[in-house]
Design a protein around this ligand. Structure first.
Ligand SMILES: [Zn+2]
Length: 350
């Protein structure tokens, strides 16, 4: 018997599950970050007041969902009609998202203390020796905070971090990433007076008590934007390292992944690296149809509870027995464990 080797692929649904469980979602709707009360880090007013181009686009499209507003900030033609330097609009969006999600990350960290019974927390705790690599499309630090609480070591290639543990790839950026201070010399302030964006430099890790300040260069891909960082020195080698781990995984869990068009090249590359006999778990109350089609012919399980990796009785879905070894495969050659296949009725208490 062998122990399970698990890859975690994390999207916004992971944070939404925590928001739902902890009550954080009431005041912090991640679909509407433009309505969060974010103060400017360098002035005494709302942050949007310091980002006039983003504010103006938001006001022109006030009835549209925030994610559509962010999509407009990367629409070069549209922005050119408002602004001589369209790239500055996207840069303001990056600064807004970085500071807004820094506040949100701090709220999550504070709530996690009181929410150690969140099913994903318990699930990762039970499988912490089995998690071999992780990939997150989120700017926030929820996965990192869970790992920190459980003493799971991880590394995202920040040059000031320890370099130990499993690869944690954050290809769309993260609120605790900042360009290395030796990369550029200027004093950042809001409103922006220097327009610094998209430089491929080494990155450092910021501690969670030092996230709220004018950033030298925000590291954050705008929603709906294709990944401009994919060849960067903190993304490409991290992806290569992650891929070398995923080639040996027995289970790959896609948690709250929406499979948006712009994310597909990265997610498809992951799917191509997963061994054919590895079990794919789609943890999502609404599994995307096109993603499910991509999984045809593979052993697949769906965990669709809003609470996370639990059955209708609230019990966790384990991937191993008490002795730490993988569950027995089903005799029907589905590739799934007997417990989650032909034996499911024996385990289903409801
Ligand atoms: Zn079976």
């Amino acid at each position: 018997m062998t122990k399970p080797r698990v890859a975690l692929i994390v999207g916004n649904g992971f944070s939404m599950s925590f928001g739902h469980f902890s009550g954080l979602a009431k005041d912090w709707n991640t679909q509407e970050p433009l309505s969060w009360p974010i103060p400017c880090p360098s002035q005494n007013h709302s942050f949007l007041e310091s980002l006039p181009r983003l504010k103006s686009i938001h006001e022109k499209h006030i009835d549209e969902p925030d994610f559509d507003v962010f999509a407009k900030t990367i629409d070069k033609k549209l922005c050119e009609s408002y602004e001589p330097d369209p790239f500055v609009v996207a840069l303001e969006a990056r600064h807004y998202l970085t500071i807004a999600f820094s506040h949100y990350a701090n709220e999550q960290i504070a709530k996690l203390e009181q929410c150690k019974n969140w099913p994903w927390y318990n699930w990762i705790k039970f499988h912490k020796e089995n998690v071999m690599c992780a990939f997150s499309l989120n700017y926030d630090l929820l996965l990192e905070s869970v790992f920190d609480e459980l003493s799971v070591q991880y590394f995202s290639l920040q040059v000031n971090h320890h370099g130990n543990g499993i690869p944690l790839v954050k290809p769309h950026g993260s609120v605790n990433f900042e360009i290395h201070p030796n990369s550029i010399s200027y004093t950042p302030t809001y409103p922006l007076t220097n327009f610094v964006d998209l430089n491929n430099t080494p990155i450092i890790r910021l501690e969670s008590d030092n996230l709220i300040y004018p950033r030298y260069q925000p590291l954050c891909i705008v929603p709906n934007e294709s990944n401009k960082y994919s060849k960067y020195q903190w993304v490409k080698p991290a992806n290569d390292w992650f891929n070398s781990e995923i080639e040996n995984c027995t289970h790959c869990i896609f948690i709250g992944i929406s499979y948006f068009e712009c994310d597909r090249p990265e997610l498809d590359a992951i799917l191509d690296s997963i061994p054919a006999n590895a079990v794919i778990i789609v943890a999502n109350p609404h599994p995307p149809d096109e993603f499910m089609e991509k999984l045809n012919g593979r052993p697949v399980m769906i965990w669709d509870s809003y609470d996370g990796p639990v059955d209708s009785a609230g019990d966790l879905f384990p991937l191993k027995s008490d002795d730490g070894n993988s569950l027995t495969k089903c005799f029907c050659t589905s590739g799934l464990s007997y417990r989650y296949c032909c034996g499911a009725k024996l385990y289903n208490k409801t």
